[in-house]
Design a protein around this ligand. Structure first.
Ligand code: PMP
Length: 388
């Protein structure tokens, strides 16, 4: 067989890089049933605990009653319903920008925005730890593509000096596998003085950062002039699904005209958009969620520090513990699972070689006692691995 899939799969297994899908048998949450086991989960992106909130669920059901199930067509044909439109208006108001455009996923939003803005003869510069969807978008755009050192404005400036055509500087707001924040003031200053545009994918910042949950631009107080292209995803802190790009009237019209992942796909089910209106309201109003999350983050970091484990410099609910080899990350994850705790091992190529990690994520619906259970299990698992 010319494709020889079996040897590719065997190689992946031998390198401890084989992926398996845990089967979730309950709604998303902190106490879940996975593969028949009751586990305390620390690895969803449901940072505010809205994915199974009864008010969001009710809004979803109400949305189905009003708009049915399927979008039925792409936005430019007859799939753009008043539920989608109302959410776009609310997201524009939330981000303080003239307009927002709703897309079916963050992956598609990133693909759509980058490929609509730059092409042959242009340049796209990306942080080397950007999310795969941004890197893939950069490759697809056909522009000159270069990655600067992580969060390093000098490295970015060096590349800006050699850029040609329209230049788009693209960064995660909160780095998805590390939890650290982009140094956006420095990135924006470097880009601004070179006449480049900045695009921020704040998938993990919206809802968590900023007093109103407005994400990294609210956190740093940055304007639309500094960050003309702002992407948010709705499957994480918002607890639903989809994504948006927020910006100027001209930017959104450009995406409607030229962003192929927007144009050539069925609109998301309108009921999802309707439910997201409720999660947006809760995300803004229920500040206790951000406050509780911040307390959990402090508690977890203090506890891990006392265990002598290496934490990354993260002020966000993403709190990875870097262990190095994929084998060790898998062993630590398995040892936690034996103790009733679910934390997945993240391995290359998702993260650079030699930096496999346990990506612990906290949610506003975790309790302090649950965080203590995780810390206790980590201490025991670590001892077990040392003595193996
Ligand atoms: N951007 C970042 C930084 C992400 O972490 C993710 C998803 N993990 C995405 C984009 C893709 O978003 P979606 O899941 O909505 O496709």
């Amino acid at each position: 067989m010319s494709f020889n899939l079996s040897s590719r799969l065997a190689e992946r297994r031998a390198a401890h890089l084989y992926r398996q899908r845990p089967l979730l048998q309950t709604p998303q949450g902190v106490e879940v049933l996975v593969d028949g086991e009751r586990l305390l989960s620390f690895c969803s992106n449901d940072y505010l605990g809205l994915a199974n909130d009864p008010r969001v669920n009710d809004a979803f059901v109400e949305g189905v009653q009003r708009w049915g199930t399927g979008g039925g067509a792409s936005h430019l044909v007859t799939g753009h319903s008043s539920a989608h439109h109302a959410l776009e208006e609310a997201l524009a108001e939330f981000t303080g920008r003239p307009r927002a455009l709703l897309l079916s996923s963050g992956y598609m939003a990133n693909m759509g925005a980058v490929t609509a803005l730059v092409g042959q003869g242009d340049t796209v510069l990306q942080d080397r730890l950007n999310h795969a969807s941004l890197l893939d978008a950069g490759l697809l755009a056909g522009a000159r593509f270069s990655r600067y050192l992580h969060n390093d404005a000098d490295s970015l400036r060096g590349r800006l000096g050699k850029a040609q055509g329209n230049t788009l500087v693209v960064t995660d707001g909160v780095f998805s596998m590390d939890g650290d924040l982009a140094d956006l003031p420095a990135v924006c200053a470097a880009a601004g003085s070179a006449g480049a545009w900045v695009m921020v994918d704040d998938a993990h910042g919206f809802g968590c950062l900023g007093g109103q949950g407005g994400g990294i631009v609210e956190h740093y107080g940055l304007s639309m002039e500094q960050v003309p292209v702002l992407v948010g995803t709705l499957g994480k802190a918002f607890g639903t699904a989809g994504a948006f790009v927020a910006g100027s009237e001209e930017l959104i019209e450009t995406l409607i005209q030229f962003a192929r992942p927007y144009i050539y796909t069925t609109s998301q089910p309108p009921a999802v958009a309707h439910a997201t209106l409720t999660s947006l309201r809760l995300l803004r109003e229920e500040r206790w969620r951000r406050e509780h999350l911040a307390a959990l983050i402090r508690r977890f970091r203090t506890g891990v520090d006392a265990l002598g484990l290496e934490l990354m410099d993260s002020p966000t609910p993403i709190q990875p513990i870097v262990v190095g080899s994929s084998e060790r990350a898998l062993a630590l994850s398995a040892a936690l699972r034996q103790r009733g705790i679910l934390v997945t091992a993240i391995r290359p190529p998702t993260v650079p070689k030699g930096t496999a990690r346990l990506r612990v994520t906290l949610s506003a619906i975790h309790t302090e006692q649950q965080v203590d259970r995780l810390l206790e299990a980590l201490a025991q698992a670590q001892q077990e691995l040392i003595h193996e």
